[in-house]
Design a protein around this ligand. Sequence first.
Ligand SMILES: NC(=O)c1ccc[n+]([C@@H]2O[C@H](COP(=O)([O-])OP(=O)(O)OC[C@H]3O[C@@H](n4cnc5c(N)ncnc54)[C@H](OP(=O)(O)O)[C@@H]3O)[C@@H](O)[C@H]2O)c1
Length: 313
Amino acid sequence: MTAHLTSPDGTPASRFAFGTMQFGGRADKVASAAMYNACRQAGLNHFDTAWVYTDGQSEEILGDLIKEERDRLIIASKVGYSGGAGAANLQAQFDTSRKRLKLDCIDILYLHRFDAETPLQQILEWFAARKEAGEIRYLGLSNFAAWQVMKAQMLGVQFGLTADILQPMYSLVKRQAEVEILPMCTDQGIAIAPYSPLGGGLLTGKYAAGDGQGRLSEDERYNSRYGQDWMRQAAADLARLAQDHQVHPATLAVAWAAAHPANPMPIISARNAEQLAPSLAALEFDMDAELYAEISGLSPRPAPATDRLEEQE
Ligand SMILES: NC(=O)c1ccc[n+]([C@@H]2O[C@H](COP(=O)([O-])OP(=O)(O)OC[C@H]3O[C@@H](n4cnc5c(N)ncnc54)[C@H](OP(=O)(O)O)[C@@H]3O)[C@@H](O)[C@H]2O)c1
């Protein structure tokens, strides 16, 4: 059974979340507001940010946009990407995030990445205290391996704390989560909000002709993350399939990520409302089993954790 997250007024989490990593960066305040409004009109109530995004602008802008309807929303932020997961750093970033968001309580607080230098027990003790004080409602973990999540589940028992939601990378060209993360979440009743369902823009098809402009041509980190030839090929093949179905490749990519049996809630994003439209359209797209299998066949399926390839169904 997957965990059911709700807003403070009891509204269940929407099928997709929206990520505000571009707010205050590639999206100015006007473009950010237009995307926020488009999401609300489409029924999204779950918004994702982080202490580390755009020098705080992402949280500031989101904080301004949500003021009038805070209780109808699920707001997620993340701490501990930089500076480690020691309590002092987590507390300082959390306090800053709350100030920027203008919130006493952040619904979902993620540890942005695993920190091998800080005992996990101490980290969980800090999160448990925030939950106890009503300053967060859900514990989130991002970029964790499955064994790290299960270690947290085990150590959390003493604080009555379990992971409520995970945020892994997941798309047609980043499928590692299928091996252990997604089945583990189903088993543990943990909700899943996967990020980068478009592979940072690769799966829109805009790089297929070799002259596409965007994050992958502007940001070396993303270019190397999505630079392998087979990934480019999968994106080109998806674009061709999308043309056959007379739909935008982004719609197929997001709908595919959402269609995994573990029921993930992809975090969609864009730099403006026009770009966002095909990702939002995935909410209405009917992905039948045949098309799901066809898209799945466009990229290599990761090997099972047991390495017994001959027994993969
Ligand atoms: N936990 C973590 O470590 C982590 C890491 C990354 C992201 N996230 C979260 O997940 C959210 C989504 O991640 P993401 O931005 O990487 O998602 P994504 O959906 O893979 O990529 C979105 C990007 O693709 C491009 N794009 C989108 N629609 C397009 C269209 N119709 N035509 C052309 N290009 C289009 C835009 O970039 P360009 O226009 O610049 O090409 C846009 O910013 C973030 O906002 C953040 O909240 C979390």
